[in-house]
Design a protein around this ligand. Structure first.
Ligand code: SF4
Length: 338
């Protein structure tokens, strides 16, 4: 089932999937022939100015999904509609122009910045590619403005990535991403490689830039405290599938899927009066090449029944705007109350 979407959506994803034929190349998904179904039947939408957080354990397919949205990886099936246009069907030249509107911030700021290029060269490259600053002087002026916007001094522009801290390098990566005025940014674990003391600064910067420029984020993360801070809505992935998606407030207050309940029970609770009982899942995440039949979570689910072993639950709207792929999900009284 496709999660509710409307003509106002910036991005609409329909039954998006990716199968890797070589199981050793990338992690996650299923198949009987050694191929790996990294993403399976993902359907959701993102509104202008919205932050949709994508969470799940390491290797669940969330980074692959983020890359599929920008076509950094070619999908096997499904559609990605950006302002109503299916980008999976675009030719190379059209897709190149589309990239000015869809950018990525990477987890590893050092790995994503060429060590041999100065900061001015790194940030001005997209400006040059997309013709947004014609002369060298214009590009340097634009780079200086961008550095100020991400909290760095313009005097840094002739330095090299190795001369910066992790947090500063992530600021440089963000400056490069926003240099072309995108409408949509996939931020793939943008703070998880940084010191805890720096994480909040980068999250605040991402929020300030969004407030100013009105773009949307797909914010990929495993830290549920960070997600609680930044997200408008939350999608939860398990073994390549979205198993729950809904407004942050209702997902955090009353998660419908047992996997979401387990993830949240292990996250720090800011309100000491609402300390939840920790749900400890039994067993490991199954092998991506042997995803269990029926509900793929049934081997670890504390409330699994016989039907769960044979019948795969569809993602269905359990409460207004809150969708869950569980046979036994029940309406959320918070959203029912309006
Ligand atoms: Fe658990 Fe069954 Fe719901 Fe899957 S469908 S989450 S196994 S109760």
């Amino acid at each position: 089932m496709i999660e509710m979407s409307s003509v106002d959506d910036l991005l609409t994803v329909k039954d998006l999937g990716k199968t890797f034929s070589d199981a050793g190349r990338l992690s996650f998904g299923s198949s009987s022939s050694g191929s790996v179904r990294a993403v399976d039947g993902a359907s959701f939408s993102v509104k202008p100015g919205e932050t949709l957080a994508l969470v799940g354990e390491s290797g669940c397919g969330k980074s692959t999904l983020g890359r599929l949205l920008l076509r950094l990886i070619q999908p096997t099936d499904g559609e990605v509609l950006f302002e109503g246009r299916d980008i999976t069907a675009l030719g190379a030249a059209e897709m190149r122009m589309m990239r000015a509107r869809m950018q990525m911030v990477f987890q590893d700021p050092y790995g994503s910045l060429s060590p041999r290029r100065s900061i001015a060269q790194i940030i001005s490259e997209p400006l040059e590619v997309f013709g947004l600053a014609k002369s060298s002087r214009e590009r340097r002026e634009r780079v200086a403005e961008l550095l100020v916007q991400v909290g760095l001094s313009p005097s840094f522009m002739d330095r090299y990535p190795r001369q910066f801290s992790g947090g500063q390098r992530q600021r440089i990566g963000i400056a490069r991403a926003i240099s072309v005025n995108p409408q949509f940014i996939v931020a793939d674990e943008p703070v998880s490689a940084l010191d805890v003391s720096v994480q909040a600064q980068i999250v605040n910067l991402l929020q300030d830039l969004q407030a100013e420029r009105k773009f949307s984020y797909l914010f990929i993360a495993h830290d549920l405290a960070v997600v609680r801070h930044i997200a408008d809505r939350v999608a939860v992935m398990y073994l390549g599938r979205i198993v729950e998606i809904g407004p942050k407030k209702s997902v955090y207050a009353l998660p419908q899927h047992p996997y979401t309940q387990a993830l949240l029970s292990a996250a720090p609770e800011p309100d000491p009066d609402r300390k939840a009982n920790r749900i400890v899942l039994q067993g490991d995440v199954p092998s991506p090449s042997r995803v269990p039949p029926g509900c793929s979570f049934h081997t670890r689910c504390p409330i699994a029944k016989d039907i769960c072993k044979v019948d795969r639950p569809a993602l269905r709207e359990v409460s207004p705007n809150q969708f869950s792929a569980c046979h036994f999900a029940t309406p959320n009284p918070l959203t029912q109350a309006g």
